[in-house]
Design a protein around this ligand. Sequence first.
Ligand code: ASP
Ligand code: MG
Length: 416
Amino acid sequence: MEGETKPKLIVQKFGGTSVADTERIKNVARRISETKRKGHHVVVVISALGDTTDRLIELAHRITPRPREREMDMLLATGEQISVALLSMAMHELGHEAISFTGAQVGIVTDSAHTKAKILDVKVGRILEELEKGSVVIVAGFQGVTLDDQITTLGRGGSDTTAVALAAALGADVCEIYTDVEGVFTADPRLVPEARKLESISYEEMLELAATGAKVLQLRSVEFARNYGVVIHVRSSFSEEEGTWIYDGEERMEKAIISGVTHDIGEAKVTIFDVPDRPGVAAALFQALAAENINVDMIIQNVSEEQKTAISFTVSKEDLRKAEEITRAVARRLGAGEVTVDEDIAKVSLVGAGMRTHPGVAADMFSALAENGINIEMISTSTIKISCVIRAEDVKKAVRAIHKKFGLDKGVVMRA
Ligand code: ASP
Ligand code: MG
């Protein structure tokens, strides 16, 4: 062991781009090796190589437009099995003891909601045994197993959740998420070159950022981290720079009113017209969607004219086909009118804990959009977030305008 460093238990997660090819896998192995040489215990979680998951989904769709979800999980789980084995070999090449496991092998137990399963329990016995022997333990992200031995996956980006769940179960000192960006930014730097990296951010702000389109972490991983107090450090796998720390605590230096602007082009809007305006109608529709595990994001109901109303809601494009089918069936049952689908929407959101105590934030956001001739189609708010649905073609302009309006390019505004 070197110098003063106390041995820690560190979970390190590397995303698909960090292990896109064999050179990068070797690079990841070197990074892990550095941590290991400092005397720390390391548990590694990795994603499938590059865009493997996308390619597997494409393969399935070449066979059938509606693959059964159980088989989808059998297929998708193979991606991560490839990467853990290769990374383990790369560790051996560097002279380290390492062992790879699938989610099922280490006992990541989930419910049976195929393709978006939730982790119920993590059995750490096997991992602890291997750590005790001095091995680096490499776990396949994004997957688990049900109590009756069905392979499941945790939804796109699910390796983050695997990593945080393992960190929580093992009581790790930190969960490092290595990715292809430097950390969490005030906006997507591809849209807003002036966007800045945040040094630290609270769980609740990160939750809202992830929920509204920040791609850097899977939403459920942040929920997990908050519930179990797991400290996350999001950083680049291509540099040594510190990234963004996610945790709660008074010592957090950066307390901005606004933490960032996010956008999401992954949702679509479904509208059901001429719905009879009586109790139970919304319940019938949204219960039917919930029963099929479809997450509804924004909802608006129009003013009633002649006892009829229109309801619009947004869902992820991945769920659109299913949501449309269900909505049409419910519309027939209720004697409602036409059902339409609009995929050309985008959602822009502003997130910041300071909104609670600073009135006028919503008004400023709406005027930033108005000044740029951008029409708002739907609005939703929480105590620390405002989201607007706009036309997809306006998204870049909207994010830039809002980012500028709140001076996010110029540095953080300290809370009074
Ligand atoms: N390989 C999976 C995906 O692409 C899981 C992950 O990357 O976290 O969604
Ligand atoms: Mg991936």
